[in-house]
Design a protein. Structure first.
Length: 94
């Protein structure tokens, strides 16, 4: 393994554990706000991946951009579905 790849893998693992720790400490009252922020982040990743795929370049970049678009779109749709479900539950309680 090269040094840059090893450092990137280390940082990715560290960010994953840090993200899990932060999400575990979020109180239940903030779950809807967290879901909205994650949906917005997924939408930004879709926009960036589409821009990267339009830039041309290597074939591997186009494949990775297509994968990023698919994953980001899934995140956006899931966030909208969760928001709709939460709004429906709040409306049923009234």
């Amino acid at each position: 393994m090269t040094g840059g790849l090893l450092i990137s893998l280390y940082l990715f693992t560290l960010a994953g554990f840090l993200g899990l720790d932060v999400i575990r400490k979020v109180p239940p009252t903030l779950y809807s706000a967290l879901a909205a922020v994650l949906g917005a982040a997924a939408a930004l990743s879709v926009a960036a991946a589409v821009a990267a795929s339009m830039a041309g370049g290597r074939n591997s970049a186009a494949i990775l951009s297509a994968v990023a678009v698919a994953i980001g779109t899934t995140g956006v749709v899931a966030g909208l579905w969760r928001a709709k479900r939460m709004l429906h539950r709040r409306g049923a309680k009234r």
